[in-house]
Write a protein that binds this ligand. Structure first.
Ligand code: GLY
Length: 325
């Protein structure tokens, strides 16, 4: 999608998410030249999301802080109606309602989350607003939607012509079976390290396609879909949320890194913990990406097909993850 179109289609004015660095509280000396930077910033995201990664990476290079950069990056995919697993155009539940989940966590350990929100495209920004403008961490359902409207978000129909058509087709059989996702996208988890060397992260999703009404997965659950400890590192998850929640996967990875595992070792151990509980080969996908304070990165998945995106030094790469199967 062309950037201009994205700006036009975004229901949340970009002034709210891609504002000038000084408005976001970054020190002006961090902007501009590489010489002024204290740290070489980078972005890692689940799946092949080059445009989202570039938006976040360029924001970081301009001195935007890690959380604002991540929220701006994932906003691209939230507004991308070709992406059927995140934001507008995401697959609905069995009754045809598109309900979105997201969370954010910053380098102070502050966090915010929204669960099962309807009619709001930019739920990662909304989760950040919960963190910054309420005394709470989580708002769910109608309350989250009400809060969004109070904050000036424009309500939108999130079910597109195409996602409605797919849902109607699914209804013909209605055979609910979570599927292994080996596509090039799913839940977007994004970890950013800014010029100050601070880590923040975001996780945003429409959840499992044709889920039961009210079902919420791992993505907005702090510790499951996302966890950041700025002294240690950060991790994000994608795949079948039920299995991530049972092992509190992202928190587990950060704690394993605290104990000395590399991000790669920690991701592998977290995936193996899920696989060991199964009788035989699992019929679902789970994948993690993680980074530590040394800038090392790791990724691992249950099945092959998972890849992650990395932006560093003005270069975007899509990297295939190793897997158990
Ligand atoms: N990982 C997304 C979900 O299970 O909802």
């Amino acid at each position: 999608m062309k950037r201009r179109n994205f700006l036009n289609q975004s229901s949340l004015g970009m002034t709210s998410i891609l504002v000038a660095p000084h408005v976001m509280g970054c020190s002006s000396k961090a902007q501009g030249s590489a010489a002024a930077r204290k740290n070489s910033p980078y972005v890692i995201s689940t799946w092949n999301v080059a445009e989202a990664n570039s938006i976040a990476g360029k924001a970081l290079e301009n001195g935007v802080n890690a959380l604002d950069a991540a929220v701006a990056g994932v906003a691209f995919e939230e507004a991308n109606i070709q992406n059927t697993t995140v934001g507008k155009g995401g697959a609905p539940d069995r009754d045809g309602n598109v309900t979105l989940d997201a969370c954010v966590m910053n380098h102070h350990g502050d966090c915010g989350a929204v669960l099962a929100v309807e009619n709001i495209t930019h739920v990662a920004a909304l989760a950040k607003d919960v963190m910054e403008h309420t005394p709470h961490v989580i708002l769910a359902g109608a309350g989250a939607r009400k809060f969004a409207l109070e904050r000036g978000y424009t309500p939108e129909e999130l079910l597109t012509e195409s996602s409605r058509k797919d849902w109607k087709k699914w209804l013909e059989k209605g055979n609910y079976q979570p599927e292994i996702n080996v596509e090039n996208h799913d839940t977007i988890g994004m970890l950013c390290c800014d010029t100050e060397g601070n880590l923040s992260g975001v996780c945003t999703t429409s959840g499992l396609a044709y889920k039961m009404q009210g079902r919420v997965g791992d993505s907005p659950i702090i510790g499951s879909g996302l966890y950041i400890d700025n002294e240690v590192g950060g991790a994000v998850a994608t795949g079948l949320g039920e299995e991530v929640i049972k092992t509190v996967g992202s928190f587990l990875i950060v704690e394993l890194m605290r104990q000395g595992r590399t991000p790669q070792q920690a991701c592998e151990e977290a995936v193996q913990r899920i696989v060991k509980k199964q009788q035989g080969k699992p019929d679902f996908q789970v994948a993690y990406v993680a980074t530590n304070k040394k800038g090392q990165v790791g990724a691992f998945s249950v099945h092959s097909g998972f890849s992650y995106s990395m932006y560093k030094d003005q270069t975007n790469q899509n990297i295939k993850s190793n897997s158990v199967f």
